[in-house]
Design a protein around this ligand. Structure first.
Ligand code: BGC
Length: 620
């Protein structure tokens, strides 16, 4: 080796060994060794494969005005083609400093990636179990699947209070009650994080509606904010120590949640001692400089424009580099904990069969018995020889809502599937009629995608056919269903909050016909938030609220109907007598006719009249 080569080699070795490395050297030393460009990269996500610039402004996504081309783009590219396809985002790697790229995936009903993972029941069902051990086990199973699939941070749980039954994402949230919400969220986070992966509390804060979620200004008093809407977040931060928090899209008292120093620094960090990092909700891009200054560490999924804005602000002195350094400390502290940093190998073999059993157990435990006259349930399986299985939802069950809370499941089990599997005779011509209808109607729609789970309106059944069924079968099981999800709130209209004429007529005709023969009608509700039942709740002999019960839906329904599992679920939110009894009714989704603003005038008022109050649920 020539002398010059020797010198170069020795210098290189010296350089490499002097370069700080994450984990070996202090985080401060690692940050000191970063260039400004590297700092900015790490504070802005990698944005691998979302719609390319120019991005349609995400704050145009609100009810009725999502531009079609945006929807189409998002649907076709709503996945990251990074390390874990279908994950929601990734951070930037800086290999020379030993900093890996970490992976973020939704939550909360399972791990949302482009591979099969378990579709657990919706979280409003988990809250109905009131069983924190069970919720811990669900969190743990999700954590195990993250480890198997190479995911570091789960974007869950969703902890916004169910302020109004029409919020499109209630199915992903936990309760209208902050104490219950905090207890269930803590158990969930502890379960997830027991696997050495991170959870992310979202959406911080007061994101209680989807209508104009990117722009709406939520105005409320400080005491209402702290003592009601932040209470569950505080409890969970203190009890479960989540690794990350996601800021909400909306404004809070005039300031964007992701630029809100009061929320992100004064309350979250200084008062509650949160020691993880904060990320924005996806595309919540307004002013990355203000976000960094407020204590929002990571802009997700990250855009080149955000990086450019930060670069310029550092260059012209409007942003102090020390702010970036402070925010990087939080990020590195968490990256050091991740399985990716620790070099945990992932096998891509999630324990789907074992977790399906847990999904079934949880689903059955969280269903709520709303009515049960004359001990209709559990079914006397000796007497029930033949079932009239009515309602589209009995054949095409909704296992979860739409949007980021959906997962790629391997299968779903409907009540029809479960009854057939267990060998219960069903009226075969009725089954054939429903199956044909479902197939035809599904055939008219695009396959399930991010924004949309295909929905089918209820099929009208001829009166004579119902009379025949009443004569020839022993019991009527009728499922009515509702879909909801991210990007839109539900409608105060027939077919959504209210039953349609077809649904009500079907229920009335079944009850009339079956009661003539002293046979029972059980109504199953496959829904993610409460609906209006006041005019019909006394008609059927039993009402079983099954929620959106995850991939094992039908098995869990049958477990409950037959008494294999005893009923113990309790409502995490009320069913209101009239919509006007909802305390926020006059101020949802906005106040004073101003689509930019919603004032929380209702305080913590309890509803004046409920059909079924919070905590209600019959047992057997
Ligand atoms: C949702 C978040 C989700 C994120 C990433 C956003 O649209 O509001 O809840 O975690 O997307 O998928």
């Amino acid at each position: 080796m020539r002398k010059i080569e020797y010198i170069v080699l020795v210098s290189l070795v010296l350089l490499v060994s002097c370069t700080p490395r994450l984990g070996r050297d202090s985080d401060e030393a690692v940050i000191a060794a970063m260039t400004v460009e590297e700092k900015i990269n790490l504070l802005v996500g990698t944005c691998v494969a979302w719609p390319n610039p120019p991005y349609p402004a995400p704050n145009t996504i609100h009810r009725g005005s999502m531009p079609e081309d945006y929807a189409a783009q998002v649907i076709s590219t709503a996945r990251m083609e990074g390390r874990v396809p279908g994950s929601a985002g990734q951070s930037y790697a800086i290999p020379r400093l030993g900093i890996p790229s970490i992976v973020f995936s939704d939550g909360p009903v399972g791990v949302r990636i482009d591979a099969y993972t378990t579709a657990f029941p919706s979280t409003c069902l988990l809250a109905s179990t009131r069983d924190t051990d069970l919720v811990y086990r669900v969190g743990q199973a999700i954590g195990e699947e993250m480890l198997s699939m190479g995911v570091d941070i789960l974007l869950a749980p969703g902890m916004n209070l169910m302020r109004n039954p029409l919020c499109g994402r209630n199915y992903e949230y936990l309760s209208s009650d902050p104490d219950l919400c905090g207890q269930i969220a803590s158990a969930y986070v502890r379960g997830v994080q027991s696997c050495g992966v991170g959870a992310c509390l979202k959406h911080f804060a007061v994101n209680n509606q989807e209508t104009y979620r990117n722009g709406i200004d939520v105005q409320l008093s400080d005491s209402l904010l702290r003592n009601h809407y932040l209470k569950a977040f505080e409890y969970t931060v203190r009890q479960a120590k989540p690794w990350t928090v996601m800021s909400a899209y909306n404004r809070v008292n005039g300031v964007l949640a992701s630029e809100n120093k009061y929320l992100l620094t004064d309350i979250l960090r200084d008062e509650w001692q949160f020691d993880g990092f904060v990320m924005t909700d996806w595309w919540a891009e307004e002013d990355p400089v203000k976000m960094q200054q407020a204590g929002c560490n990571m802009q997700m999924p990250g855009t080149p424009m955000q990086k450019e804005q930060l670069r310029q602000a550092i260059a012209d002195g409007t942003l102090d580099e020390a702010v970036l350094d402070r925010n990087l400390l939080d990020v590195l502290r968490i990256i050091r904990r991740t399985p990716t940093f620790r070099g945990v190998a992932f096998d891509q073999q999630p324990a789907l069969e074992r977790h399906a059993l847990l999904a079934r157990e949880a689903a059955a435990k969280g269903m709520v018995l709303l009515e049960n006259r004359n001990n209709t349930l559990p079914l006397d399986t000796q007497k029930v020889q033949k079932v009239a299985l009515m309602g589209v939802g009995s054949y095409n069950v909704y296992v979860g809502g739409s949007g980021s809370g959906n997962v790629t499941r391997k299968y779903k089990v409907s009540l029809a599937d479960a009854l057939a599997e267990a060998g219960y005779p069903m009226d075969s011509s009725l089954c054939a009629m429903y199956r044909d209808y479902v197939k035809t109607e599904l055939g008219k729609q695009p396959a399930e995608n991010f924004w949309c789970v295909p929905t089918i309106s209820e099929m009208a059944v001829d009166k004579k056919e119902i009379e025949r069924l009443a004569r020839e079968t022993d019991i009527c099981l009728l499922t009515l269903q509702r879909m909801a999800g991210e990007g839109a709130d539900r409608q105060l209209a027939k077919g959504d909050y209210f039953l349609t004429e077809t649904e009500e007529q079907l229920l009335r005709m079944c009850v009339r016909a079956f009661h003539i023969y002293n046979k029972r009608v059980v109504l199953l509700l496959n829904i993610g938030s409460s609906i209006h039942l006041t005019q019909v709740h006394t008609l059927p002999d039993a009402i079983l609220l099954t929620w959106l019960p995850g991939q094992e839906a039908g098995h869990a329904m049958l477990d409950v109907l037959t008494g294999r599992v005893s009923m113990q679920g309790q409502l995490p939110m009320p069913f209101y007598y009239d919509y006007e009894d909802v305390p926020s009714a006059a101020n949802f989704p906005w106040s004073d006719g101003d689509a930019n603003k919603v004032i929380y005038r209702e305080g913590t008022a309890q509803p004046t009249r409920t059909l079924y109050p919070f905590g209600y649920g019959l047992t057997y």
